[in-house]
Design a protein around this ligand. Structure first.
Ligand SMILES: CC(C)(COP(=O)(O)OP(=O)(O)OC[C@H]1O[C@@H](n2cnc3c(N)ncnc32)[C@H](O)[C@@H]1OP(=O)(O)O)[C@@H](O)C(=O)NCCC(=O)NCCS
Length: 420
């Protein structure tokens, strides 16, 4: 049982002087070597934002960590919504199940609500942790492994894009220069995508010693015929050979972003055309990524992972529902249950092709659902009908789930390319 007032455990924002100790506790919580070099502490110091890093202390030792930071998440239709992104959540094994996470989460969500954040976001290590706090899984992630010889591009075809564009390998400095603008363009058009701060680019190009180990990846950039940077990929290759002297290398994608269909097609074709590479691992993609169908033989791509990815906690139902667009016009009355008291109430959603209004109402509800179930519907990934079947949404008016699906679902699924 959780003990919300576990005696002797002090849950509070950390001081900057406690940052190194907090990082040690973070490593211990994630079962990583519980030491942090002075170099790593300095590299991570920009993450210290007063009030946003929480810790729990027992006899002066840090036994839990929690960090939140300002983020934007893209709603359906492209609006950027202010999010309280949650990360680095750990409670040391000696102090688990005594309500420490509940205390840190309660404090952070209250602060986020007070600040006016519309949602809170996170990537969950385990499925069972965050539902109780009002989060719901809002996007799904799929990983493919591609059997390159079977994919059908053939060894003699050049990997030159057929649309006049070109692909070049570039250096980390080029990625830091060209990446942020491209990513901004991509994430603003991708429901479920999140913003990347400057530190993200430094960490993911090895500019700062954030991790104890770093392997320099390859970076390739796609430029259109007009010279515009429209796609970028970071990937690593291993060095494996068979006994009969045949190359058996794997190229593993760290991340791949593309602003145009041409860039997307060209980069995957390139990755599946590198001599020696027999296997391509896709990295975290959208479940309806076009990747398998880009291959002459889509069966060469096999799904290896499919799981919940971005979890969302709605803190302001009105602003969240008004921020997104709707496929069709219609009305829906939602009875939203939120035990934590942040966002519950009965809301009338009035959607038109020009935007939507969401207001408190006394009208009879069409659907009754917990706040976490609304998060599943918000980015358009889940079907209200399915949630009714699961007993997670109650239909108060026959046919209301069908109306909800017509309004809320999208032709392409939301996707969050990032882990944070
Ligand atoms: C997950 C973790 C942070 C939970 O911390 P905690 O302080 O033990 O959590 P609490 O005591 O506040 O638990 C609150 C409730 O959540 C439940 N819960 C906690 N962790 C859970 C888990 N991994 N799976 C299922 N339920 C969990 C508790 O049983 C408790 O339920 P109750 O209120 O019905 O008694 C901690 O176990 C941990 O650090 N795990 C390893 C690292 C990790 O996974 N971090 C999350 C990264 S996203």
């Amino acid at each position: 049982m959780s003990d919300p007032d576990a005696p002797g455990i002090d849950v509070r924002p950390i001081e900057e002087a406690e940052f190194a100790e907090w990082l040690r506790a973070l490593n211990a919580g994630f079962l990583r070597e519980p030491v942090v070099s002075a170099e790593v502490v300095e590299a991570r110091r920009p993450q210290f934002v007063p009030g946003r890093l929480l810790g729990a202390f027992d006899n002066g030792r840090c036994v839990a960590t929690y960090r939140s930071f300002a983020q934007e998440v893209t709603a359906v239709g492209g609006a950027a919504v202010a999010a309280d992104a949650v990360s680095n959540v750990t409670v040391t094994a000696t102090h688990r199940r005594r309500g420490v996470l509940s205390r840190m989460m309660g404090a952070d969500l209250a602060a986020a609500k007070e600040r006016g954040d519309v949602v809170s976001t996170l990537i969950a290590a385990e499925y069972g942790i965050y539902g109780r706090f009002g989060f719901g899984p809002a996007t799904t992630m799929t990983e493919w492994v591609i059997d390159v010889p079977r994919a059908g591009f053939g060894p003699s075809r050049p990997a030159v894009p057929d649309d006049g564009g070109r692909i070049d390998l570039v250096d980390p400095e080029d990625v830091r220069k060209l990446g942020p603008d491209l990513h901004d363009r991509v994430r603003r058009a991708q429901p479920g995508a999140v913003s990347r701060g400057e530190l993200w680019w430094q960490v993911n190009t090895g500019a700062v010693p954030f991790f104890s180990k770093w392997t320099e990846p390859f970076y390739a950039v796609y430029r259109s015929a007009a010279g515009e940077v429209e796609g970028m990929v970071s990937y690593e290759c291993d060095d494996k050979w068979g006994d009969a002297k045949q190359p058996l290398n794997t190229a593993e994608v760290n991340w791949l972003i593309a602003a145009t269909p041409g860039a997307e097609r060209a980069l995957w074709h390139y990755l599946c055309s590198i001599d020696w590479v027999q296997t391509v691992k896709s990295g975290w993609r959208s479940p309806d990524d076009v990747l398998p169908l880009l291959l002459p033989d889509p069966r060469a791509a096999r799904i290896t992972t499919q799981a919940d990815w971005l979890w969302v906690r709605l803190l302001d139902v009105v602003r969240a529902l008004e921020a997104r667009t709707y496929a069709t016009a219609g009305e829906l009355v939602l009875e939203v249950v939120d035990a934590a008291g942040f966002a519950g109430g009965r809301y009338l959603l009035d959607a038109t092709s020009d935007g939507a209004s969401c207001t408190s109402t006394t009208r009879t509800a069409d659907l009754t659902l917990e706040i976490g179930e609304l998060a599943r519907l918000w980015l358009g990934d889940e079907s209200a009908q399915r949630l009714v079947t699961l007993g997670l949404v109650r239909e108060e008016r026959a046919g209301a789930a069908r109306v909800a699906d017509a309004l809320l679902r999208t032709s392409r699924r939301p996707w969050c390319p990032d882990m944070f």
